[in-house]
Design a protein around this ligand. Structure first.
Ligand SMILES: *Cc1c(COP(=O)(O)O)cnc(C)c1O
Length: 460
C-alpha cells in the first residue's frame, strides 16, 4: 500500500501539533509592502498616529516587517482550541465525481458559529484590546461574517462591540444581525445618522444601499470620537494576514505529516486575509527559492481589483478618513452592482498580496457569479458542506484546475481554502436556483470614475 492510499478523508492535527507562533511573511518578502500613509501629510503613518485608531500591540504587528515568527499568546491559543485545528479534507468524493487524477485538498474554516475563518483574527484583535484595558471596539461588516466573529470574540472577553453593517446586508440578512445581537453586539445599518461621515454620505446619496468603505468610515469615526474605543478591521491589514497565517501553518503541518506537497494553492480574495493566511508559509518557501508553488487568487468579475484594478495608493474607505494603502484597487468610490450576491465586494486588496502579485509570485483570475454558484452546488452535492459564496470562488477554480488535469493526465495536488459555510446566503442560492441570478461585469467606462478618484500620491 502506498502512503498515498492511507490518507484519511479528514486530517486533524493533535492539539500539541497546533502552531504556537504566527508566521509573518513580510520578513521574507524582498520588496516589502508599501507603508500606510497619512492622508494629510502623505508621510508614512507613525506608530503614534496609528495608535489613535488601533490597539497598541496591533500597531506593532502592523508595522513589523522583520520578525518572522510572532508568538500566539496563550489565551488566544486556548480560544483557538475551541474550534481549531480545523480539518484539512481530502476531497475524494469530488475527485471521483470529476474523474480527475488530481488530488484535491481543502482547508475548512467554517466549523465555528461565525461560519468563517474571520474568528482567527477577531479573537486576536479583541484580546489585544482587552489587554490594553479598552472598553470596546468598533467595526464594519458587509455580509456579516466579520461582525459575527468579532461579536463572539468580544463576548468571550467581555468587551463592548459596535458594528456598522452595510445597509443592504442589514436588510437582506436579518439572521446574521440577530446572531451578532445574541453575542451582545450593537448593530447599526450604514450609512447611518450616528456619525458625521454617515450623515454626509446620506445627504449626498439618500438612496444608497451602503458599502464596506462607507461602513469603515463610520466605524473609525465612532472609535476616534469615543474614549476607550479602538477600531478593528477583519481583512486587508498586515496584522490580519498575520493572524490568519494559522490557517496556512496548520495546512502545511498536516500535509507534511502525510508527505504531501501542493502543486497549486487556490483561495478566494476579498480583502485578501484568508488567501494571505493560507499561502503565507508556502509563499515564504517560494520567496526563499525552496519550492515553486503555483498560487492563484480568485475574485468576482463584478469586483475585479487584482485583474482590472490599479496598483496605487488609495483610501481604504469611502469617507476618506482612513490612511492610504498602496494596493490593487478599483478606487474607494467603487461600489459593486447590487445584483452581485457573491461577497468579496471590497474595492481594494491587502498591500502584502498586492506587492506579491506585482512581483509575480502569484496569479489572479476573475469568475462570474453564476459559474461560482454552479461550482458551489456541485461541491455541496458530493462533499456535503454547503459552501459560502465567497469560498465557492476558490471551489470554481479548483474544479477548473482538476478538469485540466483530467485532460493532460497529470496528477497534480491542489489545495484550496474553503473559508466558510453559506447558511445565511440562501437568498443568493435561491436566485441561482430560480434562474434570476445575473452576472454584472463592469465595463471599462464603469470602472473609470473609480480610477479618476484615486488620490494623487507622488511616486517616491
Ligand atoms: C470575509 C470572507 C471572505 C473574504 O475575505 P478575505 O479577507 O479576502 O479572506 C471569504 N470567505 C468568507 C467565508 C468570508 O467570510
Amino acid at each position: 500500500m502506498s502512503a498515498e492510499s492511507k490518507i484519511p478523508y479528514k486530517i486533524y492535527l493533535e492539539e500539541s501539533e497546533m502552531p504556537k507562533e504566527w508566521y509573518n511573511v513580510r520578513a521574507d518578502m524582498i520588496n516589502k509592502p508599501a507603508p500606510l500613509l497619512n492622508p494629510g501629510t502623505l508621510q508614512p503613518m507613525t506608530a503614534e498616529e496609528l495608535g489613535g485608531v488601533f490597539c497598541a500591540d496591533l500597531v506593532e504587528q502592523e508595522l513589523d516587517n522583520d520578525n518572522r515568527l510572532i508568538e500566539i499568546p496563550e489565551e488566544i491559543r486556548e480560544f483557538y482550541k475551541m474550534y481549531r485545528p480545523s480539518p484539512l479534507v481530502r476531497a475524494y468524493c469530488l475527485e471521483k465525481k470529476l474523474q480527475t487524477p488530481a488530488k484535491i485538498y481543502y482547508k475548512f474554516e467554517g466549523n465555528n458559529t461565525s461560519g468563517s475563518h474571520k474568528l482567527n483574527s477577531a479573537i486576536a484583535q479583541a484580546y489585544y484590546a482587552k489587554k490594553q484595558g479598552l472598553k470596546g471596539v468598533t467595526t464594519e461588516t458587509g455580509a456579516g461574517q466579520w461582525g459575527t466573529a468579532l461579536s463572539m470574540a468580544c463576548s468571550y472577553l467581555d468587551l463592548d462591540c459596535i458594528v456598522y453593517m452595510v445597509k443592504c446586508s442589514y436588510e437582506q440578512k436579518p439572521f446574521r444581525r440577530e446572531v451578532m445581537r445574541t453575542y451582545g453586539a450593537s448593530v447599526t445599518p450604514s450609512p447611518s445618522d450616528t456619525t458625521e461621515v454617515g450623515r454626509k454620505i446620506l445627504a449626498e446619496h439618500p438612496d444608497t444601499t451602503g458599502s464596506l468603505g462607507c461602513a469603515i468610515s463610520e466605524a473609525v469615526e465612532m472609535a476616534v470620537t469615543h474614549e476607550g474605543y479602538r477600531y478593528v478591521l477583519g481583512s486587508v491589514l498586515n496584522q490580519v494576514l498575520l493572524h490568519q497565517s494559522v490557517v496556512g501553518l496548520e495546512s502545511k503541518i498536516a500535509m507534511e505529516k502525510y508527505g504531501v506537497k501542493p502543486d497549486i494553492i487556490i483561495g478566494c480574495a476579498g480583502g485578501g486575509s484568508n488567501l494571505g493566511g493560507l499561502i503565507s508559509p508556502f509563499m515564504g518557501e517560494k520567496i526563499r527559492g525552496e519550492e515553486n508553488y503555483q498560487i492563484i487568487a480568485v475574485e468576482p468579475a463584478s469586483c475585479p481589483s487584482f485583474t482590472r484594478g490599479r496598483f496605487a495608493y488609495d483610501f481604504c474607505d469611502t469617507g476618506m478618513v482612513c490612511p492610504l494603502a498602496k494596493m490593487y484597487t478599483l478606487g474607494c468610490g467603487f461600489i459593486p452592482s447590487p445584483n452581485h450576491a457573491g461577497g468579496l465586494r471590497y474595492h481594494g486588496m491587502s498591500p502584502i498580496l498586492s506587492q506579491l502579485y506585482a512581483d509575480g509570485y502569484m496569479e489572479a483570475r476573475s469568475v462570474g457569479q453564476t459559474e461560482v454558484f454552479q461550482a458551489a452546488e456541485q461541491f455541496a452535492r458530493v462533499e456535503g458542506i454547503l459552501p459560502a459564496p465567497e469560498s465557492s470562488h476558490a471551489i470554481k477554480v479548483a474544479i477548473d484546475e482538476a478538469l485540466k488535469c483530467k485532460e493532460t493526465g497529470e496528477a497534480k495536488t491542489i489545495l484550496f481554502g474553503l473559508t466558510g459555510t453559506g447558511y445565511f446566503d440562501m437568498v443568493a442560492y435561491e436566485q441561482f436556483h430560480n434562474g434570476t441570478m445575473t452576472d454584472v461585469i463592469p465595463t471599462d467606462a464603469d470602472l473609470q470614475p473609480g480610477f479618476d478618484g484615486l488620490p494623487n500620491v507622488p511616486e517616491k
